[in-house]
Design a binder for this molecule. Structure first.
Ligand code: PMP
Length: 400
């Protein structure tokens, strides 16, 4: 009965992972995958997470029965606090409803479905470019996708004017997806004063913000600082959605831990919204998994562990910043044509390198370096041993 189905090719990033795993070269280098790695390109685990896992194994009070549809109440409360701050009036006034979801992806997907069912405007604006899966999450829910200008290839920076113009000409009520920090794939974020201008425009036009927070802490090295602009949006009393992911910030990728928060005008609305979210989640997957949320809640509620985690986040960020500097210096030392200052200016895991698809293909063929054709480099996959090799490859590629 399925014989009529055409074969759908792998999405490019997965196709690249398959090609990488088949490449026999000992020098192969995967800069495409969007995860934080060790300097040797190996999977990275946070010490605090290992410590909690040991505690959980020995904790006789833990269980594996089903969680409620909305997940662990404690995890939800702590997640809202992490992104909105301990003193957030909206939390104190019970205007925020938070549900545990299957990582950032699941939070975005549940949020998209909720908006499609209950929000009057069915168009969502996202940055050009954006994380490829964003399109899939929102179009699967039936929302129409539009874009706003974001990245300026001329400066390898933010097209702030273009972004403001496009948001200004969006119809009132439209949803706007905003990446909280460490923009994927460009590595370009607005500054705090620019965010303030964006906030004013969004509120004045009655646009509806949906924040995607997958890298909190990995820009400044400080968890509160990276959430500052979202807090501006909540301090103004307006509504918004926030998707949070613990994949990168706690290295919990495969545990699928995340949260969707909806900031409402009143506590009564928030409680009605939560009841409606249950109707979205129940027919999708009934309830979320327990283990990853236990790890997160254990860390977030314990002052020492939270501190240990903050220090690890800072160390991860410092390594990203120092790797950017190493790559920039290596290109300067080689006299590689071009201005590579954007590598240092960009933030978070990614850099839109400015390499074109031909150069990327050349580096793949000649140097066994794997990255998407848009030239996005994952800085976290590099270390002192691999930076010189990448610099050699870029140098050769721009001279072809
Ligand atoms: N949003 C952004 C911007 C991302 O980069 C990612 C992961 N690459 C996600 C959401 C989703 O990741 P996860 O489902 O693992 O939380």
């Amino acid at each position: 009965v399925f014989a009529h189905l055409p074969h759908i090719p792998e999405v490019p990033i997965y196709a690249m992972m398959v090609a990488f795993s088949r490449d026999p070269s000992p020098l192969k280098l995967n800069l495409g995958i969007g995860v934080y790695r060790t300097e040797d390109g190996k999977p990275f685990q946070l010490n605090v997470v290992r410590r909690v896992e040991r505690l959980l194994v020995n904790d006789r009070s833990t269980f594996k029965e089903y969680l409620p549809i909305t997940g662990t109440a404690e995890f939800n409360r702590l997640s809202a606090k992490l992104i909105l701050g301990a003193d957030c009036p909206a939390i104190k006034e019970n205007r925020v409803t938070t549900v545990q979801c299957l990582s950032g992806s699941g939070s975005l997907r549940v949020g998209a479905e909720f908006l499609a069912n209950h929000y009057h405007h069915h168009t969502i604006y996202m940055s050009q470019p954006t994380y490829a899966a964003h399109l899939a999450f929102f179009s699967a829910a039936g929302l129409a996708i539009k874009t706003y200008r974001y990245y300026d290839p001329g400066t390898c920076g933010l097209d702030f004017q273009g972004m403001l113009e496009d948001l200004l000409s969006a119809p009132s009520g439209a949803i706007v997806l905003l990446q909280a920090c460490a923009h994927n794939p460009t590595g370009v974020d607005p500054t705090l004063p620019q965010w303030e201008q964006i906030r004013q425009l969004i509120r004045a036009k009655g646009l509806f913000p949906f924040f995607d927070s997958a890298y909190q802490g990995l820009v400044s090295g400080n968890l509160d600082e990276d959430a500052q602009f979202i807090r501006l949006f909540v301090a103004d009393g307006g509504e918004c959605l926030i998707a949070q992911s613990y994949s990168k910030i706690m290295g919990l990728y495969g545990e699928r831990v995340g949260a969707l928060s909806i900031v409402c005008k009143t506590a009564e609305v928030a409680s009605h919204v939560e009841s409606q979210l249950k109707l979205v989640i129940r027919p999708m997957y009934s309830s979320p998994p327990i283990h990853g949320a236990s790890i997160v809640a254990t860390i977030l509620k314990d002052r020492d562990m939270y501190e240990e985690w903050s220090i690890e986040v800072k160390a991860m960020t410092d390594r990203l910043i120092s790797t950017r500097r190493q790559l920039f210096d290596a290109l300067r030392d080689r006299g590689t044509p071009g201005d590579w200052g954007h590598i240092i200016r960009h933030v978070g895991l990614f850099t839109f390198s400015g390499l074109n698809p031909e150069q990327v293909a050349f580096m793949n063929k000649e140097y066994h370096i794997y990255m998407p054709s848009d030239g996005r480099i994952n800085m976290a996959a590099l270390g002192p041993k691999t930076v010189p090799r990448l610099a050699d490859a870029i140098h050769a590629a721009v001279n072809i």
